[in-house]
Design a protein around this ligand. Sequence first.
Ligand code: SF4
Length: 328
Amino acid sequence: MKQVEARYYEKLPNNRVRCLLCPARCAISPGRLGLCRVRRNIDGILVAEAYGQLVTLALDPIEKKPLYHFMPGKPILSTGANGCNFRCPFCQNWTISQSKADTVYYSPEDLAEISARGGSVGIAFTYTEPLVWFEYVLDCARLLKKMGKAVVLVSNGYINEEPAREIFPFVDAANIDLKSSSADFYKKICMGNLDDVLRTIRLAREYQIKVELTNLLIPGKNDSEKDLTDIVDLVAAIDPLIPFHISRYFPNYEYSYPPTPISILDRAVAIARQKLAYVYPGNYIRESDTRCPKCGLILVKRQGYSIELPYGRVTVCPGCNREVDVIW
Ligand code: SF4
């Protein structure tokens, strides 16, 4: 295992350290790990233990991230590490985020070298939380940008401002989970903080990152009529043009509630479409084409992860000349 000193921490008395990477601000005693389980205090030095340790590497359609407005139809090599700074009891990837899976070491140069494999447009850091893998993702992202490759994050958005400002110039697109509009939900269920996530979303947009949001609807937890309207208002207040994915929950990890009823998902989509231009159902089958918000023309037709482009990779809508909100 490569021992890389973590960025963003301070030393405390008695060889303890405080990690300053994310808002959890863990105070860590010698030998112990932070909340994310991948940053360890070794004799008063904070070490990023997951550096280069990949749990998986797969060529995915970019739609699977999900990203619908960034390079539609292109494959992207996707990877992730162990660890997460949230504790969501419904985690759909808990075997790697909340537990320790076997890993294989790839240096940033190794990863950059294979980033075009199978027609991949770059690297997506996904599956678990890439921002607690900060040092490795930053080193890879710098290399990939030099090569002109795409860098994608699929993240919970829980990072402090200073490190976010360091890494965001090297990121092209991100899907950020917006788990709820309720601060209580974040605090009690995820052990996180809504305001910090909202700050990250705004910051990512400030750096011209193509941001899409995902809301996983969990029965009885964040799917009341008020939840559905509040979250849409929250997104609309940031920008009604942000692509918004409403995703179906399935029982996993500590939650055994049944899957989200389709009627609730359809209701959520209908509410969202009143205020947001691009609303996409996820994890269940419904129409998820990208339409021009002005004239309604279908610009990207989707079936599962496959797409058709009725007018090709157009930058203005052939129906009304409105600029198309897609990076091809
Ligand atoms: S990144 Fe990990 S160790 Fe650092 S503050 Fe966040 S949860 Fe704690």
